[in-house]
Design a binder for this molecule. Structure first.
Ligand code: NI
Length: 167
């Protein structure tokens, strides 16, 4: 069991475009196991985790919905123009939450850890989690979508948290 440290805003790994997984080998399965251990740990209360958040720039995400599931090389297609505003937060942004508009309905293509091809639709909160996690694989964070005022508020909170933890 290996619970990995979550990389935080400012870490360059969060800004890289992650590499596609070519082959699901032992190394990839080990990364997946660590991601599952991390998302299921009591320390972190998250519904989604992307590999860059544990410092690995590969296209793997884990989502905790009905159960904990792994998606490799996920690709998202937005199905229509309908958007929804939902509160969103991120372990890498100190779990600070913010209301955000994103597409409501998507389709997802991905591989399972057993190399099965997955193809399904998602909407609402589940779609939101996929959109957030796949953004991580493209080096994007949810704060990138906020207007400058909201972004400043968040950065202020982040600096407050940082000054508390550095004492
Ligand atoms: Ni996140």
């Amino acid at each position: 069991m290996a619970i990995r440290e979550i990389k935080k805003l400012g870490d360059p790994v969060l800004r890289l475009v992650s590499e596609k997984v070519d082959k699901i080998d032992r190394n990839i399965l080990k990364i997946i196991k660590d991601m599952i251990d991390t998302i299921n740990s009591d320390e972190y209360n998250a519904v989604g985790l992307a590999a860059p958040q544990i410092g690995i720039s590969k296209r793997i995400i884990v989502i905790k919905w009905d159960k904990t599931e792994v998606f490799i090389n996920p690709e998202i297609k937005v199905l229509d123009n309908e958007e929804e505003e939902i509160q969103e937060g991120c372990l890498s942004v100190y779990s600070i939450a913010c209301m955000m508009k994103r597409p409501k309905k998507i389709s997802v293509k991905a591989l399972s850890p057993r190399n099965e091809e997955l193809d399904f639709k998602a909407e609402g909160m589940l779609a939101r989690i996929f959109l957030h996690e796949v953004d991580h694989l493209d080096g994007k964070l949810f704060i990138d979508y906020l207007d400058s005022k909201k972004k400043r508020e968040i950065m202020l909170k982040v600096s407050e948290i940082n000054s508390e933890t550095s004492i």
